[in-house]
Design a protein around this ligand. Sequence first.
Ligand SMILES: *Cc1c(COP(=O)(O)O)cnc(C)c1O
Length: 332
Amino acid sequence: MTAFGTVFTDEMTISWNNGNSWSTPEFVPSNSLNLHPAAHVLHYSSTCFEGLKAFRHQDGSVKVFRMDQNIKRFAQSTDLLYLPAIDAALTQQMIVDAVAKFSDQVPPAPGSLYIRPTHMGTDPAVGKAAAPSATSVQFILLSPVGDYFSGGGEVALRVLLNEDGMRSAPHMGMVKSGGNYASALGPIMQAKQAVNADQVLFCPNGDVQETGAANFILFDGNEVITKALDESFLHGITRDSILTLARDRGMHVQERELSVEELLERAAKPGCEAALSGTAAVLTSVGTLIYRGQEYQVGNGKPGQTTQALRKVLNDIQWGLAEDTHGWLTTI
Ligand SMILES: *Cc1c(COP(=O)(O)O)cnc(C)c1O
């Protein structure tokens, strides 16, 4: 199996904004993009993206999961970067047209079609370090992906708690923007090298926030605890979906501050589980927390039952094996 997100359909949909309006979307080859070397995005990271998935159901139909929410977040990221506003209806049409054209390349379960809308500033002006790009380009890349857990099932992750740094500047947390991932890379690479960690959980001043590209959720018996929405971190749609499904099941969902101290205290209890949530990996167990040179097992250190059960409930909806009671799927 090839690495996640390295295979693309031959074409993508694209639309340019000349500072006034969006061009009529077109299909173009997905292996090149013609940008001026001075393009704003290449120097000042005026870029944002989305990640969502299309699923093939057993009857052959293709459904996109929570597309409205991804488009809403794409619009928000765009606004926070002062890029030309997207037209939500146009972006939706570009996604729908792209998925429809390549619907035969949507793999059946446990695979899916990963959809990557991207928006970037194109002004050819290196003098605009402190000014927004008036022009931009938007495109929808498609990547058929397999089972994230192929090759022997799920392994619980090792996660380093980082209290000293932060993933991104606090006012950039809600923006799904390239620069944030570059910003988190140093701490992630250091954590891999120093303690063989898979991910870094950013906990600025002891406030448990999120990892480089996923939200953090704690399951303790019937309690579900995760940070309340604020400007400092990315509002995951998987996070929202898991919390909704947990509430449906009568679990006590608490969106509030979680301190490192409380996290370590709860993690030590048998039956406690921790997980990372995001579109790519859905819900992935955290087995070990590493803090100030010490390792703390979460529960029994293995993939947790609640985590696996909630992931299955979500996957079943996505693959059409359970009723879509919240109206999350759009038929293509
Ligand atoms: C994309 C992302 C998430 C997860 O969002 P989903 O909508 O669930 O895919 C969480 N944190 C960061 C930093 C992200 O980039």
